[in-house]
Every structure is written in structure tokens, then in C-alpha cells.
Ligand binder design. Structure first.
Ligand SMILES: [Zn+2]
Length: 278
């Protein structure tokens, strides 16, 4: 009788949930990061939810299905995100989509406070982390120092977890080396620094604060130097300086870069966004 009742409860459970829960296995390397049983439960719930996240990867055909579960109003809230691509190779990525949806649901402060992880559901895990633009967005919208990146691998139902912070290297942690250690001559280095400083005097700065306005000079293997400054516009479409300099070189079919020099506000280590580092 008890068995029958249990079986009945299980069937009702399935019917209510819509689809059966996946029997996920947390990999040994991820066990410490998911030691908190409440967190683990939310992660597994998010992985199940991410399976049904809608995507539209018309170019790459690569689905990025993301979800998180946050504590909200005494209960829990499950929020989804998915990638979609459009025309020229441009895309809204899964994790930016997700964080935007969280902010839409609960506002930016609660989003920053409550999002502890982003769970991806995919055929294979180990894709190498978020792109530069997503890193910039997650740095701005989450408590990124504590953020966990979870991947549920559909092929064998294993759960892989890593810290988002592992992929972040702030500029102030870049190694300091003497000029001779750069592999450039003093004249080349000087020329590049002057070119980058000169570029920084230009550009367009409607909303970019002075500490984020940089000039960039690029030296290619042909000995040519290309330079550009950051430029923003009224619709918040920032034109990235390193990307601009590399695009000039690529336009000249000058594809091999020897050195990049970034000039920022005097007295500060210049900040180069992850999108531009990519
Ligand atoms: Zn991305």
C-alpha cells in the first residue's frame, strides 16, 4: 500500500513538473563549490529549467541555454536566457540575455545581490568561458568575485562548475617588465607610446569617463603602426580603440601584430575592456 502510494505520488510529481528531472552527477572537481545543499538544489533546478530556454542561433546553430534560480520574496524564482544571432555576425549571448532578464524581473540591485551562479545546459561542456563582451557585462551586473559558472552536459548528465573570477585578470595584476623585456627597441617603444598618446587626444567622448578613454597603437610585422581612440555615440554603441586599430591593419591585409600599446589617463594603469582584449 505504501509502495503504491509512493508510486502514485511520483507520477503526480512528474505530471506537475511537466517533464522528469534529470539525474545529474556533480563531478568530483565541482563538489566543493556546490557543498551547500541549498545551492546545489538551486543549481540542479536551473539546469533542468535551462533545457527549455529558447534560442535562435541562425548563423552558428550553437544553442546557448542559460538559467539561474534566485531567492526572491520568501521563495525562489527561475529565470532563463538564450542566445540569438542576427544578419552580420552579431548576437545576443546566453549569459547577457539571462542577466538582462533577471534585471527586468527584480531590478539591478537584487540581481547583483542574489545571482550566485549561471547554469548552462549544453551537449558538451568546456567551451572556454564567456566572450569578452559577456565578461564586461557580468563584471558590471553581478557579484563576479563569487559568481559560479555551471555547465550541465546533456550527453552524460555531469555537472561542471568553475569560478567566473578565474577568467578575470585585472590590469593592475599585469606583470611589470623593463622596456628591454618587451622585445622592442627603445625607439620602437617610444614611437608606439607617442602614437598611442596622440590617438588618445582624439576620439569621441560623450559618456566615456576620462579614466576609461584610451588611445591604442599597434605595430605589425611589416613595421607599420596603426592607431585609434575610443569613440562613443548617443545610442551607446561604443567603438573600441584596439578593435579599430586592428581593423585598419586588416583592411591593409597586414594581419600579423607584434605589439600593442595602450595609453590611458596620466598616472593610471589604462583599462582595456574585455571586449577589446578579445
Ligand atoms: Zn558572450
Amino acid at each position: 500500500m505504501a509502495l503504491l502510494a509512493l508510486a502514485f505520488a511520483a507520477i503526480v510529481g512528474l505530471a506537475v513538473a511537466g517533464q522528469p528531472r534529470t539525474a545529474w552527477t556533480v563531478t568530483p572537481a565541482a563538489k566543493d563549490l556546490l557543498a551547500d545543499p541549498d545551492l546545489k538544489e538551486r543549481v540542479l533546478k536551473a539546469l533542468d529549467a535551462a533545457r527549455s530556454a529558447g534560442t535562435d542561433p541562425v548563423i552558428s546553430k550553437f544553442n546557448v541555454r542559460a538559467a539561474t534560480v534566485i531567492r526572491h520574496g520568501g521563495g525562489e524564482k527561475t529565470i532563463l536566457g538564450g542566445n540569438s544571432e542576427y544578419r552580420l555576425p552579431e548576437a545576443i549571448h546566453g549569459e547577457t540575455s539571462l542577466m538582462n532578464h533577471v534585471i527586468t524581473e527584480v531590478g539591478p540591485e537584487e540581481a547583483k545581490r542574489e545571482v550566485g551562479f549561471i547554469a548552462f545546459y549544453g551537449e558538451r561542456c568546456g567551451g572556454g568561458g564567456s566572450c569578452g563582451d559577456c565578461r564586461d557585462y557580468l563584471l558590471a551586473t553581478t557579484r563576479w568575485q563569487d559568481l559560479l559558472i555551471v555547465c550541465g552536459q546533456a550527453s552524460d548528465h555531469t555537472v561542471h562548475v568553475d569560478r567566473f573570477a578565474k577568467g578575470i585578470v585585472p590590469e593592475d595584476r599585469f606583470p611589470e617588465v623593463p622596456a628591454e623585456g618587451t622585445g622592442l627597441t627603445a625607439a620602437q617603444l617610444d614611437g608606439l607610446a607617442q602614437a598611442a598618446l596622440g590617438a588618445r587626444a582624439g576620439g569621441i567622448r560623450l559618456f566615456t569617463p576620462p579614466e576609461d578613454h584610451v588611445g591604442v597603437a599597434v605595430l605589425t610585422t611589416t613595421g607599420k603602426v596603426y592607431r585609434a581612440a575610443g569613440a562613443d555615440d548617443a545610442a551607446f554603441h561604443y567603438r573600441y580603440p584596439l578593435g579599430a586599430a586592428l581593423q585598419q591593419a586588416a583592411t591593409e591585409q597586414d594581419y600579423f601584430v607584434r605589439a600593442v600599446v595602450v595609453a590611458g589617463e596620466p598616472g593610471r594603469i589604462p583599462h582595456l575592456s574585455y571586449r577589446d582584449r578579445q
